[in-house]
Write a protein that binds this ligand. Structure first.
Ligand SMILES: O=C[C@H](O)[C@H](O)[C@H](O)COP(=O)(O)O
Length: 233
């Protein structure tokens, strides 16, 4: 089974197991979360799901919801009231405890606000994302105000990280996030205390948010090459 089919299968499995009519849902970003969004859209169109109120985590997710007619709100909307029943999202890496890193698609800021406002949290990944320790192979994303690029880089290096400014692919210059910030990609040479590091990174002046997600205990859906989906509660 190829990776796209795996992502479809894992997204569908999470929706089938967890999404119910009447829910206030946070919807994630990226190539693994979007198939879950599509499946919700399909179930709505088929009348198998009703009364879904969705909060998207990015421009990409909003567009997908618009395509499917999924009713969109913000966390501030009266219909949402700042709390969600469930959020389904992807991840860059996930460890055996369910801690994860996010932000490979640049959407970590709203993703974290939405995740931490959700009663239940589900992560959908393919098996290549499961690691023993976070941040050694795939970098941890750190969203920083542009004015703090150099000072934040120095502070991150003093925490033992290798730091790289995320460059845009088809534009000269850095990636600019949906909130007009830059992204620093940081990689560690040895295992870190992920919960402590999530707090520590946000203490650096100019850091808006970081891609370590350690304060929720998600249900993790892992798509495997043989087409099966493992559910880790
Ligand atoms: O900023 C993007 C998000 O955190 C994504 O959920 C994460 O990067 C995983 O994306 P994908 O499923 O495309 O690998």
């Amino acid at each position: 089974m190829d990776q796209n089919a795996m992502k479809d299968a894992v997204g569908r499995a999470a929706v089938e197991k967890l999404v119910r009519s009447g829910m206030k849902l946070g919807l994630g970003t990226g190539s693994t979360a979007i198939p879950a969004v599509r499946h919700i859209g399909l179930l709505l169109q088929q009348g198998k799901l009703t009364d879904i109120r969705a909060v998207p985590t990015s421009f990409q997710t909003s567009i997908e919801c618009e395509k499917w007619g999924i009713p969109l709100f913000t966390l501030n909307s009266a219909e949402i009231g700042g709390s969600l029943d469930l959020t389904i999202d992807g991840a860059d890496e996930v460890d055996p405890q369910g801690n994860c890193t996010k932000g490979g698609g640049g959407a970590l800021l709203v993703e974290k606000v939405v995740a931490y406002a959700s009663a239940a949290y589900a992560i959908v990944v393919d098996e290549t994302k499961v690691v023993g320790n976070l941040g050694l192979r795939f970098p941890v994303s750190v969203e920083v105000v542009p004015e703090a690029r150099v000072t934040a880089t120095k502070a991150l290096e003093s925490l033992g990280a290798e730091v790289a400014l995320r460059e845009a692919l088809r534009k000269a210059g850095p990636v600019i996030t949906e909130h007009a910030n830059i992204l620093l990609d940081i990689r560690f040479k040895k295992p870190i205390d992920v919960a402590a590091m999530e707090t520590e990174l946000n203490r650096i002046p100019g850091v808006v948010e970081n891609g370590l997600f350690t304060r929720k205990h998600p249900t993790v859906f892992v798509g495997r090459g043989d087409g099966s989906v493992e559910v880790r509660e």
